[in-house]
Each structure stands twice: as structure tokens, then as C-alpha cells.
Design a protein around this ligand. Structure first.
Ligand SMILES: [Zn+2]
Length: 302
């Protein structure tokens, strides 16, 4: 029986084994297909979700990049604005510096130098030029008397005198700076010699003379003996009319002026710029408005 069973068992084992193989095979085959499908579906799902995440990350980053670009543009614009503002401040500072320099220059320049003084305008008896210096005696008529001139005008005056002589129109200085006191004494002596009426016609009272400024001179020729009135016939006077402005000098009281008697010998320093403008326009100092004249003060010694 055992043998029978054993005998039978063999094919049974085989059968059982065969069935198992088939079942396994079928089972295995079925499982693997399902698993692959499931894996695929999961992978697909995973991929889809990853893709979604990735896409959202990209969207996120794009938004951030756009924001960053906008911010960058804004910063760039702000930088530009700052640079512009900086330039503007720079220009303002520059103009302030030049204004300060101009004010400093003005504070050191006597306003009186460009004020009108004649029988209409009065100069304080206390006014004394900032600095006076001697005119080289080779340029003065009377070698025994020392003549003084405003220190910042000396060079221009001596250049004028040197060049006039070089141009065959020799000129010398007869009178220059006169203090308030000197002018008073001079006027008194003129009144004694000529009488008050005559003296008033050619000599200003103290305080009304441009000579007190230290910037005004009376020219004469080396002959000197000729009357002052004849000076306007001299080559020196003709030369002055053509060239004095180049050295900053003007004829204060021309023929026919309504301020003072005609004085062809009497020349006042007002600076090259103003003198040149007056010469070009054919105008006289006393005809200009004082406000316009004042704008030239800062450049008077340039
Ligand atoms: Zn004079």
C-alpha cells in the first residue's frame, strides 16, 4: 500500500507540482502585469505630481525673477535719480563756492571805487583807499613831490604811461591821490588865487573829488607848462581817447557833461571791463545807472 501510495504519490506529486507550476505561472503572470500597471500608474502619478510641483516651482521662480527684475529696474532708476540729484547738488555747491568767492572778493573791494562823485555825489571825509603806493617818479611831472595811487592800480597806470610814450604820445602824472584834507586846502588856495567863482568852475570841493578815491589821475605832457585846457590838443590826449580803456581808465568829465566842467586831463580807473564797455558803447561813466555800474565792482581789478 505504501508502495502503491508511493507509486501513486509520484504522479500525484508531479500533478500537484504541475498544477502548482501552472497556478504559480498563471498567478505570477497575472501578478506581474498588475504590478507593472500599478507601478506605472504610480510612477505616472508621481511624475504628474512632480511635474506639477516642478511647474509650480518654475512659476514661483519666474515670479520671483520678474519681481527681482522689477526691483532691479526700480533700483536702477533710483540710482539714476540719486546720480542726477548728486550732480545737481554738485552744481549747486559749485555755484555756491563761486558766489562765496565773489562775495569774498567784493568784501575786499571798496564800493566807493565805482560810485559817482562830482558836485552831485559826496564821498565821506573818512574814506581813505585800502592801500596806497607811490607812482614811480619817472612818470610824474614834478620830481619833488611824491604822488600816490591805489596800490592795485599802480601797474595798469604805469603800463599806460610807458606805452603812451612808446607810441609817441608822452604823458606824465600831474596829480593823483588827494586826501579829503588836501583837497580842502587846495580848494582854499584856488579860491584865494582865483576867487570862489572861478575856483568852483574847475576844482571840486573836498568830498566831491574823485582824487580822494586814489584811483584818479590828472595827466599832463612832459612840457607841462601848457594850460590844462590845452591838454585836449595834445597827442597824449588823443592817445588816451583811443587806448585808456585798455588799461581800465575813463574820462570822467567829457565836453558837455552835466556833472562837472570839462576836464580832458582827469581820468579815473574803473576797471578794464567797464572802461571797455563804455568805450564800445560811446557812453560815459556818469550816464550809466549806478546799479549797472555796481555789477562791475567785483571785476574792477581783473
Ligand atoms: Zn582831476
Amino acid at each position: 500500500m505504501v508502495k502503491k501510495i508511493l507509486e501513486m504519490e509520484v504522479p500525484l506529486v508531479y500533478v500537484a507540482g504541475g498544477v502548482a507550476v501552472v497556478v504559480l505561472a498563471v498567478g505570477a503572470g497575472g501578478y506581474s502585469d498588475y504590478a507593472v500597471r500599478a507601478d506605472f500608474a504610480k510612477a505616472k502619478q508621481d511624475f504628474a505630481s512632480s511635474t506639477m510641483q516642478f511647474e509650480s516651482t518654475i512659476t514661483d521662480m519666474s515670479t520671483k525673477l520678474a519681481d527681482a527684475e522689477t526691483e532691479n529696474t526700480t533700483l536702477h532708476e533710483r540710482l539714476h535719480d540719486e546720480v542726477d540729484r548728486n550732480n545737481e547738488y554738485g552744481q549747486k555747491v559749485e555755484s555756491l563756492v563761486s558766489t562765496v568767492a565773489m562775495l569774498d572778493k567784493l568784501s575786499k573791494t571798496d564800493r566807493e571805487l565805482l560810485q559817482k562823485y562830482s558836485n552831485v555825489y559826496f564821498l565821506s571825509e573818512n574814506f581813505v583807499p585800502a592801500s596806497l603806493t607811490n607812482i614811480d617818479s619817472q612818470y610824474t611831472l614834478n620830481k619833488n613831490v611824491t604822488l600816490e595811487i591805489h596800490a592795485q592800480i599802480k601797474t595798469q597806470l604805469e603800463r599806460l604811461l610807458h606805452n603812451a610814450t612808446a607810441d609817441n604820445a608822452p604823458l606824465l602824472v600831474l596829480s593823483a591821490y588827494r586826501s579829503f584834507g588836501t583837497q580842502a586846502n587846495l580848494k582854499t588856495s584856488y579860491k584865494i588865487t582865483y576867487g570862489a567863482g572861478t575856483a568852483n568852475s574847475f576844482s571840486a570841493d573836498q568830498g566831491y573829488s574823485e582824487h580822494q578815491l586814489g584811483s584818479t589821475v590828472d595827466f599832463t605832457t612832459p612840457q607841462g607848462g601848457e594850460s590844462l585846457a590845452a591838454f585836449d590838443k595834445s597827442s597824449g590826449f588823443t592817445w588816451l581817447q583811443q587806448h585808456a580803456h585798455e588799461y581800465g581808465f575813463i574820462l570822467s568829465y567829457p565836453k558837455g557833461n552835466k556833472y562837472f566842467t570839462y576836464e580832458p586831463w582827469h581820468w579815473r580807473y574803473v576797471g578794464v571791463e567797464l572802461a571797455t564797455k563804455l568805450h564800445a558803447d560811446g557812453k560815459y561813466f556818469y550816464d550809466l545807472d549806478q546799479r549797472e555800474i555796481n555789477t562791475y565792482l567785483v571785476k574792477i581789478f581783473d
